[in-house]
Design a protein around this ligand. Sequence first.
Ligand code: 4AD
Ligand code: MG
Length: 478
Amino acid sequence: MGPLQIKELLQQTPDGQSVTLKGWVRTKRESKNAIFIALNDGSTIHNIQAVAAPGQFSAELLLTVTTGSCLKITGQLVESQGSGQAVEVKIEDIHVYGAADPDAYPLQPKRHSLEFLREIAHLRPRTNTFSAILRIRHTLAFAVHKYYNDRGFFYLHTPIITASDAEGAGEMFRVTTLDLEKLPRTDEGAINFKEDFFGREANLTVSGQLEGELGAMALSKIYTFGPTFRAENSNTTRHLAEFWMIEPEMAFFELEDNMDLAEDFIKYVIGYALENCKDDLAFLENRLAEEDKNKPQNERSIPLLEKLNFVVENAFERLTYTEAIDILLKSKPHKEKKFQFPVGWGIDLSSEHERYLVEKHFKKPVILTNYPREIKSFYMKLDDDGKTVRAMDVLFPGIGEIIGGSQREDNYEKLLERVHEVGIDPETIWWYLETRKFGTAPHSGFGLGFERLVLFVTGMSNIRDVIPFPRYPKSAEF
Ligand code: 4AD
Ligand code: MG
């Protein structure tokens, strides 16, 4: 089916067999004795080199063979004369599918800034960096499904449009078909959502968890892997308005089981990428090393593969929120008033605190548990002391929070009390509450932010560069 991809051709033994190449020109180089075309079709980071003799093709044709143009080349696969590649193609014929006017085509064979590439997101997958990221992203997504499928979890498709706010943070995008110029009103003058498409207010989901729990109460082990949407106005390198989340939910799992799963899962998918994305990771590692050359020694990052292997091979540090606060209170930056935000029991840890714990104190991934109830979601199981909940956040170096999860409150009365406490109308989630009335069970789950994982694995520094078409405040162009 279809032509052989460049990845496959590069692995063939060259003995003059005829081959067809289809792809985009990365570079064209002309010397006295030959014309060299480096072609790439996205199947691999490596280009294939095609060689023609001077005068073999008209100057007119060669003018349309420029960086970015799309070609079909037929020729013979031969051992390469030059160094740098094992095989090359001796060109017999060139067909230009589409030229790319060199005066207008924005991608030239030189280093472009990531900021500039974000402005041409429709073309950036054609760069080495982005094609490597996209292949790694694919491999990680595949590994997620493989991990759960191999362990008896079922992939549950939870809704994208919902009427509930699972996280209770009120950061939702509204979904409506009402005419904003002529809003229907009730007698009291409020907007009459009864006339809206769903007969009620609706929004894009911030998490599939609540429906995921319904699935776990029947199938025991489920996971979701879908897009989630948050209208938080945070212009950071760690937040997107549209991101993908993986949310496993397991009946009969307590917090400790939940932590074990989270750690095993994240190590598995990173290990899978290490095993299956060697060329792309090596390319990105080099890219980072190049960038680091301009930095002072103490600001240089650990080589990418070393960092990934370290995470796979070492146990994550586990401690409670209360223990973490003690460490922060005793820390140098706290004593020297170097933290921007105050430290004390009850605070919501800010990223400077998380990064201190992970990057300075423990120097490895950390799982924090048992947070104060006031700063966590209503559905988390209350600890016996009544002050903390069975929450867990996994914190990663350079990333901060990569996973958020908990054991769930399975006691109907306690859950209802929390629902009232945080001001949710129980009527809007009556179906969720009913699971605690009919055959309730201890259960747990968590959410892994997929882009934060891709960020970590690729070593990139801005989350906008690890999703093909990022959505963030004032940006939804492509
Ligand atoms: O901690 P969060 O808000 O947890 C939940 O949504 C739970 N319902 C998960 C569960 O228990 N089933 O989000 C989970 C993860 C975060 O740890 C982070 O990695 C990622 O989602 N995340 C974001 N990623 C990119 N952009 C954003 N705006 C994100 N907000 C959260
Ligand atoms: Mg969280």
